[in-house]
Design a protein around this ligand. Structure first.
Ligand code: UDP
Ligand code: MG
Length: 175
């Protein structure tokens, strides 16, 4: 790729529950940050069925979706691991860079120097437990960042926002 075609991009990264079970979060973040990707959003999320169905809308009607949800929600590993770590990162060619570091979807096909190749596996139900999610295009990055983050949870102005005044809106605060 020439200098002229390099592009500043945003991408959504999820460390799936198996990354947490295997204590890989630090290792994976090191790999991403060494590739000059900056984090501009980060949080821990318990993944509801509704959220999974929107995030994986292209797989929602597959016969394996129930098993995929078991894995993606962390239910496979028990209540202590029902969570994922979600990041927005930015950098030059961030989308293809993270996809390259992550490796092929199927851990058996992934280069062993990639995250999925090194740490992924296929579970007994045939689900690819591949440790990391990363957006595959600018279009999906935009959709996924809107789905997982509110504008004020991210450093920077990535996409257009609007101010809304809400009445009778319940929030939980520290007591
Ligand atoms: N997946 C799976 N079996 C399949 C297709 C997908 O287990 O036949 C899982 C796998 O964990 C994958 C995720 O569903 O990462 C989303 O699939 P997608 O095709 O979007 O691959 P990705 O973008 O994650 O490489
Ligand atoms: Mg995908």
């Amino acid at each position: 790729m020439t200098e002229a075609t390099k592009k500043h991009q945003y991408t959504l990264i999820i460390l799936k529950p198996d990354a947490l079970v295997k204590s890989l979060s630090g290792n994976i973040l090191t790999r991403l940050l060494e590739a000059r990707l900056r984090l501009i959003g980060a949080k821990v999320v318990k993944v509801s069925r509704e959220l999974a169905e929107v995030h994986y809308a292209h797989l929602k009607d597959e016969p394996f979706f129930d098993d995929l949800y078991e894995y993606f929600s962390g239910k496979t590993y028990g209540p202590k691991y029902e969570r994922v770590l979600v990041f927005v990162s930015e950098g030059v060619d961030a989308i293809s860079k993270v996809r390259r570091i992550a490796g092929a979807t199927n851990p058996l096909d992934a280069d062993p120097i990639t995250i999925r190749g090194a740490y992924g596996r296929i579970n007994k139900k045939g689900i690819m437990e591949n440790v990391i999610h990363c957006s595959d295009s600018e279009e999906s990055a935009k959709k996924e960042i809107h789905l997982w983050f509110d504008p004020d949870e991210i450093i920077g102005e990535l996409y257009p926002t609007k101010k809304v005044i809400k009445e009778n809106y319940e929030v939980i605060e520290w007591a």
